[in-house]
Design a protein around this ligand. Structure first.
Ligand code: MN3
Length: 388
């Protein structure tokens, strides 16, 4: 079936990727069947009036009630709560769902998409980092499909077209290096939330912007790449490429490197995950090669940005450790954004929690969920002890 005959669902429609997905749905003239978000009533109301989906779900029940009365003059069904979001996904006739839910909360919707045999245009990286084994099982059992939306993984996916993973020598995962790539450790210590939120290239939410600046995001992407493309951690090479023109590459066994390039614009990645294997005209600009004076590449400074090697530690350990890493970072970043701890304190706190945590090698989903909870508590306690 052609993607144009399909309707789509947009999960997490009010966030950055969600809003760009709405633009893509309009651009491709797709019928939108379902919108979900957490609590942004005004944004989702505007989207709903424009796209006229069958159903809207806000996981915050109070916000859902507000939306319900606002949309009372339409035929759109409005529900509230996490469970309603899951049943709406499973009941949706959409063949494709963009999963742009952020954080650990993206796992349950991803599983619901798999159970209803959808193509998941996957923007949520936490579900992949934490619980890929379980998600993959559901995808395979139900004949669902997952196409990455994260720009690097979309690039790698494109470079791999038709190639088996045993042909891969290395994956070259590019990183903009973040806004602080040229700073010394001493300079990093003085960084506060507002400095970190001035990311140079991609338009994103606050948490992922801090993660990009600390290279934690790149660390999560290493784990994501290992899982999605079935390679060993040592086959993933992170390269700092500040211009963000080459979005990642694959080096094959014969040392040939195939890279994917384009203007840095998430809408291209979202659109490709929907239209794959077809390609459609884009909203992103065409690359003007003459205006790109140079493309530079360098190694990441792992002795300063220690969260990147910590991610390699986590994926080599595997088990519950990636979940601990994710949870601990989320808490540390929250404290940093509230100006309670400094930028480099994120590195110290997260490293301590992760390295001290006792692993469970072949965890159940419950083990993973418990590790997530425990890591959050341990991180808070550690922060409270150090920064009284
Ligand atoms: Mn990315």
């Amino acid at each position: 079936m052609n993607y144009t005959e399909k309707s789509i669902a947009i999960l997490g429609s009010t966030g950055s990727v969600g809003q760009q997905s709405v633009e893509i749905a309009k651009h491709l003239n797709l019928k939108v069947d379902l919108l979900t978000a957490s609590s942004s009533v005004d944004t989702i109301e505007k989207q709903a009036r424009e796209l006229l989906p069958k159903t809207c779900v806000l996981t915050d029940k109070r916000a859902a009630n507000e939306l319900k009365s606002k949309l009372a003059d339409t035929n759109i069904k409005v529900y509230g709560g996490d469970d309603s979001a899951i049943s709406a996904i499973e009941e949706s006739k959409a063949k494709t769902a963009v999963n742009a839910v952020s954080g650990f909360a993206g796992l349950a919707p991803a599983i619901a998409c798999a159970r209803s045999a959808k193509r998941i245009a996957m923007s949520n990286k936490e579900a992949i980092v934490i619980a890929y084994k379980f998600l993959k099982q559901e995808i395979e059992t139900n004949n669902a499909e997952m196409i990455p939306v994260d720009s690097e993984h979309s690039a790698i996916f494109q470079c791999l077209q038709g190639r088996a993973s045993n042909d891969i020598k290395r994956i070259i995962l590019t990183s903009s290096g973040g806004p602080f790539r040229n700073k010394t450790y001493k300079e990093l210590k003085g960084i506060v939330a507002k400095d970190a939120l001035a990311h140079p290239t991609w338009k994103m939410g606050a948490k992922i912007t801090v993660d990009s600046a600390s290279l934690m995001n790149k660390g999560f992407e290493v784990i994501e790449a290992v899982r999605l493309f079935n390679v060993k951690p040592e086959q993933v090479k992170v390269v700092v490429h500040p211009q963000s023109i080459m979005h990642s590459a694959v080096e094959y066994n014969d040392n040939s490197v195939i890279a994917q390039m384009g203007a840095p614009d998430m809408r291209t990645c979202i659109q490709y995950a929907i239209t794959y294997p077809e390609r459609q005209t884009a909203l992103a600009k065409s690359l003007d090669f003459a205006s790109i004076s140079n493309l530079t590449f360098e190694n990441p400074k792992t002795e300063i940005f220690t969260l990147l090697p910590l991610a390699f530690y986590a994926i080599n350990e595997d088990g519950i450790i990636p979940s601990v890493l994710n949870a601990s970072d989320e808490i540390a970043v929250k404290y940093f954004l509230n100006n309670k701890i400094g930028f480099t304190d994120i590195f110290k706190v997260v490293e301590k929690v992760v390295k001290d945590f006792k692993n469970i090698k072949d965890p159940t989903l419950d083990d993973i969920i418990n590790a997530d909870k425990e890591a959050r508590i341990k991180t808070e306690n550690l922060i409270k002890t150090i920064f009284k």
